[in-house]
Write a protein that binds this ligand. Structure first.
Ligand SMILES: *Cc1c(COP(=O)(O)O)cnc(C)c1O
Length: 429
């Protein structure tokens, strides 16, 4: 379920008309619904707590999905933790009010200075991906006189996900240490003074819309916990990653029920029953995906013999998912079309000088004209967080709605900001 719906023929985010936001903030603009974020987080957290052995579950929101300050503060206020993948994300999580003891640091290429920052900040857990990272972490921890809690991210050799570019759990991918190595690394770490190994983590991919691949990976993990304990190692934590998928196809009457969350939680409960561990989860897309839309305005119609191009003011630099992963987004006109309205098959494209700047081809939509507003639905995850200034376009604006109120939580970048970061080399100044 989400909180974007038509009222008297006009698309609203909760109680705010999207046409009003477009008029006051301009387009393109991302609009997020607090109620949707809150609902998803609560459902997810409750389901995981009920599934976890002895109810011990921690939810760390994967903030790379959407790092908007308003979104982060909304989740921090609900008691969520944060899953981060860079020093910048740790800093932003702290600025948004996530306590350090609820921050996890994941990622395949953490630098020495990032690890130092994380340890000094006093974060909950580092997810170690390589032996070298283990050595580095312990050395820095020892230097700082701290023993950083950490887990090993293992690679279960089970890849899954909606697209090859977002599959992470196969042995072909760059993520995690192999099952064969974990015991040896555990044994080495036992003698290290700057790190304390608390357990294991995995993350197999993103946009996974069935539970079988998770189940296969988690079953392997539970067996690994048993064998490590058999060798005398402590495994108190099991971080099961994120990756739960969401529907991007969205008929207007579709009820985004929590079915997949429930099926996933039931499976987690079954696989981990009786295991004495605390579970961790790192959902990103599931929490924010359909809590956001990208609102854009039609600039031009460009009819060709075989195609009808609809040029909008958003481009691949604002929402790269279609160009990068062939991702599908529903398109809803902000003014609802009559049921018997004429339709046209449009190629919806942005202004960027690349044919790849195509959101969709041959999409049947009600007839549109310049200045009409449309919304790319389900754009809350990996939308604004992947935006750029390609073509010297301004970084897109972001708005958070709560009930009848809205706030601009990231103003559109200004041209002064865009141009002001560059420096001429002295020989050309
Ligand atoms: C990206 C990522 C996540 C979140 O994935 P979603 O598909 O958005 O749930 C969680 N954990 C790690 C380590 C990640 O890299």
């Amino acid at each position: 379920m989400h909180h974007f719906a038509y009222r008297n023929g006009s698309l609203f985010a909760e109680e705010v008309a999207l046409s009003r936001i477009a008029a006051e903030v301009g387009t393109p603009v991302y609009v997020y619904s607090s109620a949707t974020i809150e609902r998803h987080y609560r459902l997810y957290e409750a389901a995981m707590k009920s599934a976890a052995p002895a109810g011990k579950a921690h939810v760390f929101y994967a903030m790379k999905a959407n790092g908007n300050l308003g979104v982060l503060k909304t989740l921090a206020a609900l008691g969520a933790g944060a899953d981060t993948v860079s020093e910048g994300e740790i800093r932003k999580a702290l600025a948004a009010g996530f306590p350090p003891e609820k921050i996890v640091f994941s990622g395949v290429g953490k630098s020495e200075s990032e690890l130092r920052f994380a340890i000094q900040a006093g974060i909950y857990q580092v997810n170690i991906e390589t032996e070298r990272e283990l050595d580095l972490l312990s050395r820095i921890g020892a230097e700082l006189g701290k023993r950083q809690e950490a887990v090993f991210r293992v690679n279960p050799d089970i890849g899954a996900g909606g697209h090859a570019k977002i599959t992470t759990g196969s042995s072909e991918n760059k993520f995690g240490v192999s099952f064969e190595e974990v015991g040896r690394l555990y044994a080495r770490a036992a003698n290290m003074s700057g790190v304390r190994i608390m357990g294991l983590a995995l993350h197999i991919g993103s946009q996974i819309r069935e539970t079988a691949s998770f189940e296969a990976a988690y079953t392997k993990m539970v067996a690994l916990v048993g064998s490590l304990r058999g060798e005398g190692h402590r495994v108190d934590r099991l971080d099961l990653g994120g990756g739960l998928g969401i529907p991007y196809e969205m008929p207007k009457d579709f009820d985004h029920g929590p079915e997949l969350i429930d099926a996933y939680a039931a499976m987690v409960g079954r696989v981990t029953r009786g295991l004495d561990v605390e579970l961790g989860f790192e959902p990103g897309r599931m929490i924010v995906g359909n809590a956001g839309v990208l609102l854009t305005r039609v600039l031009h119609l460009n009819p060709r013999p075989t195609k009808q191009f609809l040029v909008v003011d958003a481009a691949m630099n604002d929402l790269v998912r279609p160009a990068m992963y062939e991702a599908y987004h529903e398109i809803w006109p902000v003014t609802e079309a009559d049921a018997d309205a004429a339709t046209v098959a449009y190629d919806v494209v942005g202004p960027i000088c690349e044919s790849g700047d195509t959101f969709t081809s041959g999409r049947v939509l009600p007839t549109l004209k310049p200045d009409d507003l449309i919304a790319f639905m389900t754009a809350g995850a990996y939308g604004a967080s992947m935006s750029s200034t390609y073509n010297q376009r301004l970084l897109v604006a972001e708005v958070l709605v709560k009930g009848a109120e809205y706030a601009v939580t990231r103003p559109r970048q200004s041209y002064e900001e865009l141009l002001g970061t560059d420096r001429a080399p002295p020989w050309l100044a």
